[in-house]
Structure formats: structure tokens, C-alpha cells
Design a binder for this molecule. Structure first.
Ligand code: COA
Length: 379
């Protein structure tokens, strides 16, 4: 008979389990605070650009003006895609889920990367920049291809956020849109051990490379309980259509045991600080006549869910209306999240590589031990 060792009870969903040390980001769920490398997100939002945050996460300090200029051009110079990856995007079916294409394309980048099979610190630094830049190009190029429009090259005079919008839409966006989108990227850049970040760390802990870890992270982010929620939020807003219909809709969802997308969080027991900034942007952008009703519906949903369940919106709720108002189709919302979070995923991969031990938890076995084999012919 097999030996049954006593094991602790499993923690459902690993809630509260500390699985890694990090100096990258900290979520203070009781007080609704988020820190990147010791900076309160409220200090960073609207004050620093995405490239600065990437630099902060990867190197531990904010860059000075000269370093930032150089850093920005290093990233923009890596935005070119291998022609085979562009071809793969062109071959994707018109109605394909962009997150599925992004996951596949990022995985395929590893085939053409000169550092693809190397895990040295210098190779990982080169790959980090390349992956960050190429993820943005993949998302923008995929949108252009599916719109039947030519794929755009980056404009060296623009920063990362503006460049992305330019390559995605084909026009340089107004300054307000550029700066709001930039801050949206900053707000999504890292978030402790989110499911996708844990997946990325677990993958590199086996010494599989960064492209493999990116594929794991993207696969995990896609789900509606994680980054996929933002697309579902937009679907809900479209389904509700009328601000007066909100209460009945929410009550009906809750009565039938369904979850309201964009609400609730494992870590935050109060308001998610990212959602506070995004609400402000949503209100600002939704003053435009074509999206005014969305702001009203969102406001009513927030009030009803808080009243009925005491749950606050998370990062995905207002990011939906912000992205919609910026002209991004809802199918791409999760890709934008992925593009921004690539900074954090890579930072966590580098941190894991720096002090690696295989991530290999265990389970509590609740199956049988006493079964006798019945030969195939007698089953
Ligand atoms: N709508 C309705 N009820 C919700 C809810 C939501 N969005 N989020 C949590 N709850 C309720 C649960 O039903 C549960 O209530 P109960 O105790 O009465 O059964 C309670 O809150 C705790 O939920 P639980 O599933 O244990 O929380 P979790 O930490 O495992 O889940 C999420 C966190 C994010 C998966 C969850 O809040 C959710 O499904 N949200 C919607 C999807 C989403 O927006 N995801 C993006 C996250 S950034």
C-alpha cells in the first residue's frame, strides 16, 4: 500500500499564498494602494510616460531626460517584425480572436529571434526590449491587416503610446488621447503576482525562455476572470444600451448568480486605485457626444453593484470605456492590457532568472490507492 504522507490543506485559488519575493510592485489591498518600485501609482499616473515606467521596473530607477531619449529610441528601433510573423498575421482568419493571434505570433517570434534559445543576462536584456516593442507592433499590425489597411511603420518622433495609436489607427492622435492612453499603459504595467505573471514566472523557472513565458502569460491573461474582462465589460455596456435599464440588468445578473465583469478583485478590499484614474479619463473622454451614454451607463452600474454587493470596479471596468472612446475596437482591449503588462511580465521574468529555483508546488491527493489492474481484454 502506498504511503500517505500528511499534507496541509490546499488553499483554494492560492489566496494569500506568498509564492515569490519581488521588489517590483506592491498591492496594498486594504488601503487601495499600488506601488511600482516604491512609488505610489498616484504619483506616477499622468506624471511619467510608459517608457519611464518600463525603465523603472526593469532597472530599478527612473531614467533622466538623456537616458529616456536613448531608451525610447532603443525601443522604437526594435518595433520591426520578422516578415514571417507579419505573414502569420496576414494568414489569420478575419474573425480570429486578437488575443489568440497575439499569443501565437509572440510564440512564433522566438523562432526568428537571434537570442531565441539563449538565457544569458545580456541575451535576456536584448530580448526584453525586442519583445516589448514587437508585441505593440503585432497588435497594431493585426488591426491594420484585418481592416484591410496597410501596416504602418513607427514614427521615430513619437513616444511609445502615441506610436502605438498611430500604427494602430493610421493617424497621429490628438495630444489628449496620447496622454490618456500613455497613462492607461502606465496603470496596467505591473500588478504583483497576477495569474498571468505567476504563469510567466513558473515558466521561466523551468529555464524555458522568455518567448515561452510570454506565451504562458498571454494565455492566462486572455481569460475573462483576468484581462479578458475588459472586452466583456464593453459587451455588457452595449447590451444594456440605456442608462435607465441598468438596475434591472444588474439585479437580474446577480439574481441568476452571474458575475458582473469589471468588478471585484482578489487583492483589493476597497477601491482599486487604477480604476479611480481610469474613471476620471472615462468621464473626460465620454463628454464627446458619441460616447456620453456609456459614461452614464458605467456610472449607474458602479452605483448599483456597490449598493447590491458592496463590490468596487477593478482596472478592467473603466478601461473599457476609455479604450472605446479612444477608437479601439473591444476585441482588442485585452491585447492592449497585454501590451502594457508585457513590461511587468518581463520584469518578473528577469527577477526570477536572477534568483531562480524551480516553481513546483504540490497538491493534496484526494484519489484512491487501492485499485487493482484489470487487463484490457477483461475491462
Ligand atoms: N460580480 C458578482 N459577484 C462577485 C464578483 C463580481 N464581479 N466578484 C466577486 N463576487 C462575489 C462572489 O460571488 C463571492 O460572493 P459570495 O461570497 O457571496 O459567494 C465573493 O464576491 C468573493 O468572490 P471570489 O470568487 O471568492 O473572489 P476571487 O478573489 O476568487 O475572484 C475575481 C476575483 C476578479 C475573479 C472576481 O471578482 C470576478 O470574477 N470578477 C469579474 C471578472 C473580472 O472583472 N476580472 C478582472 C479582474 S482584474
Amino acid at each position: 500500500m502506498a504511503t500517505k504522507t500528511k499534507r496541509k490543506q490546499p488553499v483554494r485559488g492560492l489566496e494569500g499564498v506568498v509564492a515569490a519575493e519581488t521588489s517590483l510592485s506592491y498591492v496594498d489591498g486594504q488601503n487601495g494602494k499600488l506601488y511600482y518600485r516604491g512609488y505610489d501609482i498616484d504619483q506616477l499616473a499622468g506624471k511619467v510616460c510608459y517608457e519611464e515606467v518600463v525603465y523603472l521596473l526593469w532597472f530599478g530607477e527612473l531614467p533622466n531626460a538623456e537616458t529616456l531619449d536613448d531608451w525610447r529610441s532603443q525601443i522604437v528601433s526594435e518595433m520591426r517584425l520578422p516578415s514571417q510573423v507579419l505573414e502569420l498575421l496576414r494568414l489569420s482568419p478575419p474573425g480570429a480572436n486578437p488575443m489568440v493571434v497575439l499569443r501565437t505570433a509572440v510564440s512564433s517570434l522566438g523562432l526568428y529571434d537571434a537570442d531565441g534559445g539563449k538565457n544569458t543576462a545580456v541575451a535576456n536584456q536584448r530580448k526584453s526590449r525586442r519583445i516589448l516593442a514587437q508585441v505593440a507592433t503585432i497588435v497594431a499590425a493585426l488591426h491594420r491587416i484585418h481592416q484591410g489597411e496597410p501596416v504602418m511603420s513607427p514614427d521615430k518622433s513619437l513616444g511609445f503610446a502615441a506610436n502605438f495609436l498611430y500604427m494602430f489607427t493610421g493617424i497621429v492622435p490628438p495630444k489628449l488621447d496620447q496622454s490618456i492612453f500613455d497613462t492607461l499603459l502606465v496603470l496596467h504595467a505591473d500588478h504583483d503576482l497576477a495569474a498571468s505573471t505567476f504563469a510567466a514566472r513558473a515558466t521561466v523557472s523551468t529555464l524555458a525562455g522568455m518567448h515561452s513565458a510570454m506565451a504562458s502569460a498571454l494565455a492566462s491573461l486572455k481569460g475573462p476572470l483576468h484581462g479578458g474582462a475588459n472586452t466583456r465589460v464593453m459587451e455588457m455596456l452595449e447590451e444594456i444600451e440605456n442608462p435607465d435599464a441598468v438596475d434591472a440588468y444588474i439585479d437580474g445578473m446577480l439574481a441568476s448568480g452571474q458575475r458582473i465583469m469589471g468588478f471585484g478583485h482578489r487583492m483589493y478590499k476597497t477601491e482599486d486605485p487604477r480604476s479611480r484614474h481610469l474613471r476620471r479619463f472615462s468621464e473626460k473622454l465620454c463628454r464627446r457626444p458619441q460616447s456620453r451614454h456609456l459614461a452614464e451607463i458605467s456610472h449607474n452600474i458602479e452605483a448599483r453593484v456597490l449598493e447590491k454587493k458592496g463590490i468596487h470596479p477593478n482596472v478592467d471596468f473603466y478601461s473599457a470605456t476609455v479604450q472605446e472612446a479612444l477608437g479601439i475596437p473591444k476585441e482588442y482591449f485585452t491585447c492592449i492590457f497585454a501590451m502594457a503588462r508585457t513590461a511587468g511580465w518581463i520584469a518578473h521574468m528577469l527577477e526570477q532568472f536572477d534568483d531562480n529555483r524551480l516553481i513546483r508546488p504540490t497538491s493534496k491527493y484526494i484519489g484512491r490507492f487501492d485499485r487493482k489492474l484489470v487487463p484490457l481484454a477483461k475491462r
